[in-house]
Design a binder for this molecule. Structure first.
Ligand SMILES: Cc1ncc(COP(=O)(O)O)c(C=O)c1O
Length: 400
């Protein structure tokens, strides 16, 4: 058989048929029917020009406000120089980022490993702990969310998102904030435990704050048994709680802090700050994109704004103001959180409030099950915007 233009090989015909169909998105997100086209500070606009107040910060990601001029300039300037080169060469902007992060977070003696997301940060932290003490067991807690990569998802307390291939006997779940259960677990398996991973404030779990007593006991026991204390700061970190790392409010220091969301104000970047007691060796961890020039420029811009505009202090003050005002609203069951990571617990019959805030007041908020409104605004949210939210919520609650 001779193939020609008039008589092509069958396999070609088949692939042409496939290409003629349009590719669709893999449908995994529950989305609001809104297209956000533009943003500035804590305000975003849809494609029809309608204005929305962003009390959600694109899921705790927007730390210094949308399109902050210093952020835009720093990324643009970097892009004009070079956007990416691999980790096989010196990248001074990474060193600059490590130094500034050390200063702003109060962890100057720590070491920084850069990656691209929160799950990756936790995955690397868990792995590093295991390299350090040559053990396999991980303690995680009820309500925890640590990401969707293999071990991070195995340490996440949601069986629905753990695929059979991610299942492992190495993760032991204990009740969150239960100091006695933790002490018993260490008494039983202390020598086998590689790490304890805990959020300072559980985000997906419904804005539940880890008690200082609990965090102190994690520190005591991990030190006693030479296990690694991993402070998942992906959502509660980077100044959001009114401290750079919320765990440190308990007066302790973890061995590894994982971070991501607020770090790049939307530019994908994650990282782990690692105690000097963990020593690196060449090839121990690695990534193609982690720590690229553009991501580091974005993260530097964020830290510079946080430092210059004293945003950690501002987050603490605005958080206290919001929580005080929310506590005055009689239909609110409970207000939880710290700084600008706030959960508003509403009764079952008020389950439409979050949606109404979006459709009637054009305010974005986050949610957690069963009926918690999550506030995760930019750290530089103004009092006027906070008041605008409080008035809108009051209006919605009065409808019931
Ligand atoms: C506490 C915590 N850890 C880890 C992650 C995973 O981060 P990413 O979605 O960037 O992988 C999240 C995401 O919501 C989180 O809230």
């Amino acid at each position: 058989m001779i193939y020609s233009i008039n008589n092509p090989v069958p396999v070609l015909r088949k692939s042409q048929e496939l290409f003629s169909k349009k590719m669709k998105l893999f449908d995994v997100y529950a989305i609001n029917p809104v297209e956000i086209a533009r943003g500035e500070g804590s305000i975003v606009w849809d494609n029809h020009g309608n204005e929305y107040l962003d009390m959600y910060g694109g899921h705790a990601v927007i730390s210094i406000g949308h399109t902050h001029p210093h952020y835009v300039k720093r990324i643009t300037d970097q892009l004009r120089q070079i956007g990416f080169y691999s980790n096989s060469v010196e990248i001074p902007v990474q060193v600059q980022l490590a130094e500034l992060l050390g200063n702003v977070s109060g962890k100057s003696g720590f070491q920084l490993f850069l990656c691209n997301s929160g799950a990756e940060a936790n995955e690397n932290a868990l792995k590093l702990a295991s390299f350090y003490n040559n053990r396999k067991k991980v303690i995680a807690f009820t309500g925890a969310f640590h990401g969707r990569t293999s071990l991070a998802v195995a340490a996440t307390h949601n069986a629905k998102i753990v695929a059979p291939v991610n299942e492992t006997d190495n993760v032991l779940f204990l009740p969150f904030n239960d100091t006695e259960a933790l002490t018993r677990a260490f008494a039983a398996y202390g020598e086998e435990i590689s790490s304890v991973i805990v959020e300072g404030i559980q985000g997906v779990g419904g804005i539940k704050v880890a008690s200082y007593e609990f965090l102190k006991q994690i520190r005591n026991l991990t030190s006693q048994y030479d296990a690694i204390f991993i402070a998942d700061s992906v959502q509660c970190g980077y100044g959001r709680s009114g401290a750079f790392y919320s765990h440190d409010l308990a007066g302790i220091e973890a061995d590894i802090y994982s971070m991501a969301k607020g770090m790049g104000n939307g530019f994908p970047i994650g990282g782990i700050a690692i105690s000097p007691k963990i020593k690196p060796w060449i090839g121990m961890l690695g990534t193609t994109f982690g720590g690229n020039h553009l991501a580091c420029a974005a993260a530097l811009a964020v830290l510079e704004v946080i430092e210059q505009d004293k945003l950690i202090e501002h987050a603490a003050n605005m958080g206290t103001y919001l929580m005080d005002e929310l506590n005055k609203m009689d239909k609110v069951l409970e207000v939880r959180g710290k700084g600008l990571m706030i959960g508003i617990d509403l009764p079952e019959e008020l389950s439409t409030v979050k949606k109404d805030l979006l459709t009637k007041n054009r305010i974005f908020t986050g949610e957690a099950k069963p009926n918690v409104i999550r506030l995760l605004p930019a750290l530089n949210i103004t009092k006027a915007h906070a008041d605008c939210f409080l008035e809108a919520l009051d209006e919605r609650l009065r409808e019931f």
